[in-house]
Design a binder for this molecule. Structure first.
Ligand code: PSV
Ligand code: MN
Length: 432
């Protein structure tokens, strides 16, 4: 078998050489500007290097809508090739060293081979994701009318067993968390009893929780609609919080940015979950209408910044046990997924560093004196600071690319993959 094409560290370093001078100039200028605000640019570069965000295995395939999927050339044909693409993303940005698997989409034939492949790719495994929102070939019971909340105990048992299987696979590959998102809900008024479905969901989750190892976390991901269009069982953060609290300390809430009704104040939800000790993690993406799965920061970058403002505030004020997991969850039709994920990983770092530029002393002063204009100006000063040179320096110092998308394009990676990976009919690389 010929070896798979890779973007080498030398290639990245060579490409960086052409941009070094300008980066140094930009850093010097930004460094001076930040010094005026008593911010040390070096400490910001360190901060940027420290922030990690996991990549979803399903994000490297071209996504789809309910109507169609338009596959791109050189798409990964299985989990090994997905890991290669994830490794490429990490080589370019150096902040995405972990991959989140979705079972059964990524179910390995041989776990040891999977672990070896991940090691060779320089990757580790983030949270496991169960899938009880689709029926799989040969599956005994259908999830058409729900999974963990189904009225039929045999269906619930099948869904519980699947989640336990995900935990078992996860244990073998070094994962430390299970994310449970269910599509359970209803499409018609009266179709289900709101209280009974939640009771059954909780009963099922208690069994899953019992199988969660002590050093693991169980994330509950809520979503207000889709695939159910009238009601969803785990529809909002309040329901998610209630369930996490009922289950115990290992359970917490996962916030996917696309899973809220339009205009909902997500940063306030984040603050509430921090305050209640139940913010488990994030699925970053962006949206205009619903769960659009658009690239992170591509539609509402100020919202992303405001979310990080809450996170950094919690970090700096030493909230006990604070340490949410960060993951991207996006996938759509029109871009090269590697370019999208690279760009999104950078946007997460950007919002994080910008949030670190907020003058928090002045902000508190503005808040207690009721100076709303000053408060907003303080946030805007941080948000409008172009921190790109900080992010580029952080990447370069870790061996990544100053300009990742340009390096990726110059490398010819996609063309090479198109040769190595001839298109297959029916490959489930993305989401439809
Ligand atoms: C559901 O919309 C979701 O956000 C969940 O995280 C799923 O696991 C993922 O997308 C993939 O469908
Ligand atoms: Mn999600």
């Amino acid at each position: 078998m010929p070896t798979a094409f890779e973007i080498s560290d030398d290639f990245i370093a060579d490409q960086n050489k052409t941009k070094l001078e300008w980066l140094a100039e930009d850093l010097e200028y930004l460094g001076k500007k930040l010094r005026r605000r008593s911010v040390d640019i070096e400490s910001m570069i360190e901060k940027a290097s420290g922030l990690k965000v996991a990549v979803p295995s399903w994000g490297v395939g071209t996504g789809g809508t309910r109507f169609a999927r338009f596959p791109g050339p050189g798409e990964p044909r299985g989990i090994f090739e997905k890991l290669e693409d994830c490794s490429t993303i990490n080589k370019l940005v150096r902040t995405t060293g972990a991959v989140s698997l979705h079972i059964p989409w990524d179910k390995p034939e041989n776990v040891s081979d999977l672990v070896r492949k991940a090691e060779a790719c320089g990757l580790s495994f983030d949270a496991m994701n169960s899938n009880t929102f689709q029926d799989q070939p040969g599956q005994q019971h259908s999830y058409k009318h729900g999974s963990l909340s189904n009225a039929n105990g045999a269906v619930r048992k099948q869904a519980i067993d699947h989640n336990i299987e995900c935990i078992e696979i996860g244990k073998k590959i070094g994962s430390k968390a299970l994310t449970v998102w269910v599509g359970d809900g209803s499409n018609f008024a009266g179709q289900s009893n709101f209280r009974h479905v939640l009771e059954r969901y909780l009963e099922s989750m208690r069994e899953i929780y019992a199988a969660i190892p002590d050093d693991w976390k169980l994330f509950i991901e809520h979503k207000f609609f889709e695939p159910a269009f009238y009601s969803s069982v785990i529809n909002d953060w309040g329901t998610s919080y209630f369930c996490a609290r009922e289950l115990g300390d290992k359970a917490s809430c996962l916030v996917d940015l696309g899973h809220h009704a339009p205009n909902v104040n997500i940063e306030q939800i984040v603050a509430r979950l921090i305050q209640f000790g139940k913010l488990g993690g994030f699925h970053f993406n962006d949206s205009k209408y619903g769960d659009d799965d658009l690239d992170t920061g591509s539609i509402k970058p100020f919202q992303l910044f405001l979310i990080f403002n809450e996170l950094v505030d919690a970090e700096l004020s030493g909230v006990p046990d604070f340490g949410p997991s960060y993951m991207l969850d996006q996938s759509h039709n029109v871009t090269d997924p590697i370019e999208s994920l690279v760009t999104s990983a950078i946007e997460v770092s950007r919002a994080f560093v910008q949030a670190h530029l907020v003058d928090r002393e002045k902000l508190v002063e503005a808040q207690v004196t009721g100076d709303a204009i000053a408060a907003l100006a303080i946030l805007k000063e941080a948000f409008t600071t172009d921190v790109s040179p900080i992010l580029a320096a952080a990447r370069m110092r870790s061996g990544g690319a100053i300009d990742p998308v340009s390096v990726y394009r110059q490398s010819g990676y996609r063309k090479e993959k198109a040769k190595e990976r001839p298109a297959q009919v029916g490959v489930s690389a993305g989401i439809v």
